[in-house]
Design a protein around this ligand. Sequence first.
Ligand code: FES
Length: 374
Amino acid sequence: MEQQIYKGKLTKFHWLKITKKEELTKNTFSLEFEIPESLKENFKFDAGQFVSIKFHSHTKDVIKDYSMTSAPFEEKIALGIKINSPESDASALFRNYNIGDELLVSEPGGRFTLVSKPSEFRTIVGFAAGIGITPILSHFKNILHNEPRTRLFLFFSNRTREDLIYREQLDNLARNCGERLQIFYFYSQEKTSNTFFHGRLDDKKLSLIINQILHLDDTDEESTIWDAVDDVLICGKGDMIKKLANACYHHGIPKKNIHFELFEEYNDDIYPVEKEFPLIENIKVEFKMFNKEYCTELPDNNDKILQQLLIQKFDVPYSCKSGICGSCECVLEEGEVELLENEYLTEKEEKKGHILACMSIAKSKKIKLNFDLS
Ligand code: FES
């Protein structure tokens, strides 16, 4: 076992053996790892989580995060990985490691998770683009296995049919669960006989989906399954998530029920700041993270604090960027901020000065934060 601070938290890695490696398309592949009996507890996970893998790429060791496609009941770590270019680390992982090799794999983490509700009637909608299908596949397998009354809709976009991964697995899932899962495939760079299925998943496409696919009764314009949607899962690139999350929100889904996982570094805000504040410039920010002290200056308070620290390349922990997951929780030790939205902190925590950096706007010339909560 190895321990190291990775992405703002202490992460434990264990050696796991590769048991399966499969090329899915010309630039994607899957890896499976066996979990030995002695590590079963360490590798317990929730659907939608990821592991980090430490491996040798070119001349150095790197750590990369990959979402699991496996569901917890399958008791294995299965990953779907995209190779962005022949020079990329994922390409080195594909070329240099084979079945039987061992790699350092972190214990599972991530907050792209849902609370299981086996006795409820739920409607859950998933939107995925390309490799973004991986955690949603894990969720859907898990829900179909654990929640007999939940119905699922998946809207899955790819550039072309050749880029489409896990089609067989998805179609088998749909075939074997009665009417509980419906899947719709979209292609952004390939003509489709029905133009509806051509193009990217975005705000405009969402309106069409609500009005045409999820429409229930032709005699009633307002009758749509969308009104029954409990949770939305979105996974893909930042721009797609931003457009879809905002569109879902404007179509009535509360932000706390819109769950997303970013598959790239994305410094933009998902939800825009809707309120105006008196402008403060050159704000001094001191913060403590993993026992290290940092000091920087924010140009102004037009953006949220997390946003600005990420732009400055500080390795501040975050996940949802929308006040839901708690990854960016810290204590405000000095100065004033406004917490715009909060679905995570309790009243008691707020009174003790806890804030969420992703949802906080600075309201004083100097602020001091502490991310070391324990
Ligand atoms: S990143 Fe999720 S609450 Fe801030």
